[in-house]
Each structure stands twice: as C-alpha cells, then as structure tokens.
Design a binder for this molecule. Structure first.
Ligand SMILES: NC(=O)c1ccc[n+]([C@@H]2O[C@H](COP(=O)([O-])OP(=O)(O)OC[C@H]3O[C@@H](n4cnc5c(N)ncnc54)[C@H](O)[C@@H]3O)[C@@H](O)[C@H]2O)c1
Ligand SMILES: O=C(O)C(=O)C[C@]1(C(=O)O)C=C[C@@H](O)C=C1
Length: 366
C-alpha cells in the first residue's frame, strides 16, 4: 500500500516540499489549508492528490506530517495534533523560519511519545502561495533540522530519506543556535529591507520622483520586502530577544557610520566598505541559501526592440530552460542588463557558452 504524507499549509514551502517528496516516492499526498482556494489550486496543480476536511482527518492516515504554515499558526497546529490519536510510527516535522518556540511547543507531542523533528529549509522566495511552489526550490540549500534530545538517529535518518528529493544539504543545529544565526542572516535583513522601503515611501510623499528613480541597487536590496507580511510578523514575534539585540547593535553601527561621515574620515569610510566587500565576496556563491539563491547569469543587452527575444530564442534553440528572467535597468526606462536564472550550474554554464558564441557579454555576479 502507498504511504501517505499529510501537508498542512499549502503555500510556497508546503507545495515545494510536496513536489520534492513526489520526485522520489510514489505516495499519496493529502493536503489541508484554512484557505479553500489554495486547496483547490494545489489539487489542480497536482501538488496534492487529495484534501482533508480537518487536521485530524488527514493526520490519522499519515506516515509523515509536514506543517508548513506561518510560525504562530504552526504552534496552534501542534496543539491540535497533540489531541489526535496518531499512528505511533508517524514523524511530524515543520518548515518554520524559527525553531525555539516551536520546539518548546512540540514538547506536547514528545511527551506523548510522538516524534517531532523541527525543520527549516533555508531557501525560499518573496513570492507566496502554492502557484510559486517548485520541486527544485531547495536544491543545494541548507536544510536545518532541530531534533530533540530524545529523538533517535533512525528517526532523523527516516526524515532525511523522506526529504531526499529536495536535494538539500541537511544540518543539525540546536533551536537556540538556529534562531541566533537565522536572526542575523535572514530575519534582521528583512527588517532592514522593509525599513529602507519605509524611508523612501516617506520621501515619496514629498517628492514622487524618488519612486521613479528607485531602480537597480534599491530594488535589489529591497526585493525581500515584498514577502508575506503575515509570515514575517510571526517570525519577529517568535525571535524577539535575538532581534532586539541585533537592532541595538545595528543602531550602534549606524552611530559609527554617522561619526565617520561627520568627521569626514575618508580613510575610515573606505575601510568600512572594503571590509564589507571582502567578507561579502568571500561568501560561498555556489551554495543556495541566504546569499544568492539562484543560478543567475547577467547578460549585457542593447536597448532595442526584440533584444530579449533574441537572447531567449538562442537559449531555446539549445533547449536550455530559463527559470526566471528580469530586466535590470541601468537608468530609468533604459534596459541595461538581463538577469537570467537557471535550474542548475550546468544550464548556466551552457547558456554562458552559447551566448558567448553569439557575441553576448555575460557575468556570473554583479
Ligand atoms: N517563504 C520563504 O522564503 C520561506 C522559506 C523557508 C521557510 N519558510 C517558512 O515556511 C512557512 C510557510 O511559508 P510560505 O512561504 O509557504 O507561506 P505561504 O503564505 O505561501 O503559505 C502558507 C500557507 O499556510 C496556510 N495556513 C495558515 N494558517 C494555517 C492553519 N492554521 N492551518 C492550515 N493552513 C494554514 C495559508 O493559508 C497558506 O496557504 C512559514 O513558517 C515560513 O516561516 C518560508
Ligand atoms: O529568498 C528569499 O526571498 C528569502 O527571503 C528566503 C529566506 C531568507 O531569508 O533567506 C526567507 C526566510 C526563510 O526562513 C528562509 C529563506
């Protein structure tokens, strides 16, 4: 008989996990979401095979339960699951961006002898919803697991087997370490991105030209400000202490920058940027995760009609698939560079070679 996976929360991450599991296993996927439209869409897109009318209905049939809702909802779902009579061999995991509060709540399950292993695939997007779900979303990304002390090695390996289709790299961390590190490289940057947008929005009230000028750098650094406000509200409320500490440090850092500018200390300002550049340039780029999440290739194009289709048809002829395409403006309304995203390093390399044959200049990183 086919095994059953129950996915609670049919959005970007729940959908992507379901598709990744389907890559490796012939299984039955049951889905549940509080939003009925999402359930219908998940069925249409064949992300799930059937739906459940309640958490209990899906949970009692499952060999694996994946909770993929915003983190405050995840806590509520864990409370609900703790009241259900589950198969004793079931594994429950989640995908939430915070781990400490979730692992605390999961004690309700662990006390009953139910296996709960916290999980967090460290890749995603600013897009939400099942329509953005992709089987390959987590390829080469880190996938953090936070098992409790009482969880056996066998159960952890069993969960890794279930998730093998993600092609992610598993890493075991304690919930504290997880929240501290993701606070710095994921949660806090989202606050900064949103605050930059707020700053420009305030200026735009006085002078609307600023929005028209906001191309290139501003768009790059604020992309993640387009993410789900519900998801990020929950993350900030869960990781309060770490984020308050980071905010304090950041304010001190900004004071330091203010002081360098006030003193007109060119040497200090130069070193401020140089040290940041050296650290940023030294980060691993082939690995998906908090820093460059995609196999991107930048192509210099001339600003004339048809130039995009020229590039895409060259790649189509060679059967190289593009997963995303974006025009990066150099000046307002003037196309400068195309950013093409590929599924893997191989496709990117082939694209670079074939475009070079057609005299296109390409760059891996901008
Ligand atoms: N988006 C990312 O980049 C990313 C990356 C890694 C982990 N995460 C984590 O994954 C989780 C899901 O995020 P997402 O990006 O898929 O969001 P999403 O908005 O695309 O999907 C969340 C889904 O959960 C559903 N939901 C909410 N409350 C529910 C409940 N009580 N019961 C059942 N369904 C419920 C929503 O209707 C929605 O369909 C969050 O915990 C987030 O922190 C997100
Ligand atoms: O690429 C993005 O849009 C993301 O924000 C992905 C991102 C991140 O901060 O790196 C967001 C939250 C997750 O918990 C993990 C990944």
């Amino acid at each position: 008989m086919k095994k059953t996976v129950f996915v609670i929360g049919l959005g970007l991450i729940g959908g992507s996990i379901a598709l990744a599991i389907k890559r490796k296993y012939d299984i039955n996927i049951i889905g549940f979401d509080v939003n009925e439209e999402r359930v219908g869409l998940a069925k249409t897109l064949q992300v799930i095979d059937e739906s459940a009318n309640s958490i209990e209905e899906g949970a009692v049939k499952a060999n694996l339960i994946v909770i993929s809702a915003p983190v405050q909802q995840t806590e509520k779902i864990i409370e609900q699951l703790a009241t259900v009579d589950l198969d004793p061999s079931v594994i429950i995991t989640d995908v939430g961006s915070t781990k400490k509060q979730i692992m605390k709540k999961a004690e309700l399950l662990l006390e009953k002898g139910v296996t709960f292993i916290g999980g967090h695939p460290m890749a995603g997007s600013h897009k939400s919803g099942v329509s953005a779900a992709r089987a390959h979303l987590f390829e080469n990304a880190f996938y953090i697991l936070t098992p409790s002390k009482q969880t056996s090695r066998e159960k952890i390996d069993e969960l890794k087997d279930w998730l093998e289709g993600t092609k992610a790299n598993f890493l075991i961390l304690s919930p504290d370490e997880h929240d501290e590190l993701t606070g710095a490289i994921s949660h806090f940057p989202h606050i900064v991105a949103a605050s930059l947008v707020h700053q420009v929005a305030m200026i735009a009230e006085e002078n609307s030209t600023v929005s028209r000028l906001a191309a290139g750098g501003f768009r790059d650094i604020t992309r993640i400000a387009s993410s789900s406000p519900i998801m990020w509200r929950d993350i900030l409320l869960h990781n309060k202490e770490i984020l308050l500490k980071l905010l304090q440090k950041w304010q001190e850092e900004m004071e330091r920058v203010k002081d360098m500018i006030r003193r007109m200390d060119g040497e200090a300002i130069y070193h401020y940027f140089l040290e940041a550049k050296q650290f940023r340039d030294g980060l691993p780029i082939r690995q998906k995760g908090a820093i460059p999440a995609f196999y991107d290739l930048y192509v210099d194009v001339l600003d004339h009609p048809g130039s995009i289709s020229e590039v895409t048809s060259i790649l189509a002829k060679e059967e190289i698939s593009i997963t995303n395409i974006r025009i990066i403006e150099i000046r307002e309304d003037i196309m400068g560079v195309l950013r093409l995203s590929f599924r893997n390093e191989d496709d990117r390399k082939k694209a670079q070679e074939v475009l070079a044959q057609h005299k296109y200049e390409t760059f891996i990183e901008m």
